[in-house]
Design a protein around this ligand. Structure first.
Ligand code: NAX
Length: 329
């Protein structure tokens, strides 16, 4: 079988890191052939075309076809998986409302183009920031496509949180499970360790032995470190997260398509779960079952955790109000 995958912003950094992982079979496994559509704006076409030449030179057995375009109708034609990476970055002096407006001008038309051209079972993953609200705008513009097919990437935040916890505990990262991100992919996000396990056991006691006062450690060390990891990478590397963001995108889409054996995190549409207002695209603990994300329900939230979730959801609501006032919803 062959899957058609569209990557917007394919001429950018994350796009470049994603393309070769996908062509190598990291997303859909060693049996599934892929057809890639690289959608760019005119200024980015050269970089995307160069990447396409390199893909050719990679001689990937699974790569059936690569097409580079700046026409959304062509870019999303028959697509099964749309990875919306290209976005308008925040410029100097740009207010948050300006940023939301500029991105609304990208994600609204892309949502409409997906509805008009993509395969009927299309799954959309928004990476470009502000990812949750961009996904909301795209979903609202995609008449006839269920909102459940539009998701925002928060897996990088979860991977960062699991890695920090593993490092603190001195255990391999794969043994750390159930560290969901709640809310917005922003500084207000809430990486939640209340249900986390290490090797199948709750982390509580082991963590207390190492860090002492766990609540203080969460407030002062863990949560700020995870939420500000992007800034830390920029400071150390001199450039934003690229390969880790591409890797998290692969994790998200692979799990969505192939299923999960435990919880993970994704920005998905709320139907009112945990009191998150209906229609918002918020990060939740999720499982993927039969190709669909399901929110893990019934988890206890302490008053402290509740206030953290509420603060991030309040930010999402504010973003929704701003884009509504701009006429983008
Ligand atoms: P780059 O600036 O390297 O690449 C962006 C590319 O998008 C450029 O080639 C540009 O020409 C293209 N583009 C812009 N508007 C477009 C449009 N309307 N249609 C198609 N292509 C368009 O940025 P990069 O480092 O690749 O980051 C991409 C996005 O990911 C940014 O918005 C960034 O903030 C976001 N991130 C999101 C993360 C997440 O966890 N959700 C983490 C990583 C990253 O920060």
């Amino acid at each position: 079988m062959t899957t058609t995958i569209t990557i917007t912003g394919a001429g950018g950094q994350i796009g470049y890191a994603l393309l070769f992982r996908i062509a190598a079979g990291d997303l859909l496994g060693p049996e599934e052939k892929v057809r890639l559509r690289l959608l760019e704006i005119p200024q980015g076409l050269g970089a995307a075309e160069g990447a396409a030449l390199e893909l050719q030179d990679g001689a990937f057995g699974l790569l059936e076809h690569v097409e580079v375009t700046d026409d959304a109708a062509v870019g999303f034609d028959g697509t099964d998986l749309a990875l919306l990476v290209g976005a308008r970055p925040r410029g100097p002096g740009m207010e948050r409302a300006d940023l939301l407006a500029a991105n609304g001008g990208i994600f609204g038309p892309q949502g409409a183009a997906i509805a008009a051209n993509a395969a009927s079972g299309v799954r959309v993953t928004v990476v470009g920031n502000p990812a949750n609200t961009n996904a909301l705008i795209a979903a609202a513009s995609a008449d006839g496509v269920p909102a459940e097919r539009f998701t925002a990437l928060t897996r990088l935040d979860e991977n960062r949180a699991r890695a920090q916890l593993a490092q603190t505990l001195g255990v391999p990262v794969h043994t750390v499970r159930r560290v969901p991100i709640w809310g917005n992919h922003s500084a207000t996000q809430f990486p939640d360790i209340s249900h986390a396990t290490v090797g199948g056991k709750p982390v509580g006691e082991a963590l207390e032995q190492i860090v002492g006062d766990v609540p203080t450690w969460l407030d002062e060390t863990f949560i700020p470190r995870v939420a500000k990891r992007g800034a830390e990478i920029i400071e150390v590397r001199g450039s934003s997260s690229v390969a880790s963001a591409a890797s998290a995108t692969i994790d998200h889409v692979r799990d969505w398509v192939q299923g999960t054996d435990d919880w993970t995190s994704a920005g998905v549409v709320s139907h009112g779960e945990y009191g998150v207002p209906e229609g918002l695209i918020s990060s939740f603990p999720v499982r993927s079952v039969d190709g669909e994300w399901q929110i893990v329900e019934g988890l206890e939230l302490s008053d402290w955790a509740r206030s953290r979730v509420d603060a991030s959801v309040a930010e999402l609501l504010q973003e929704r109000e701003t884009v509504q006032a701009l006429g983008l919803l």
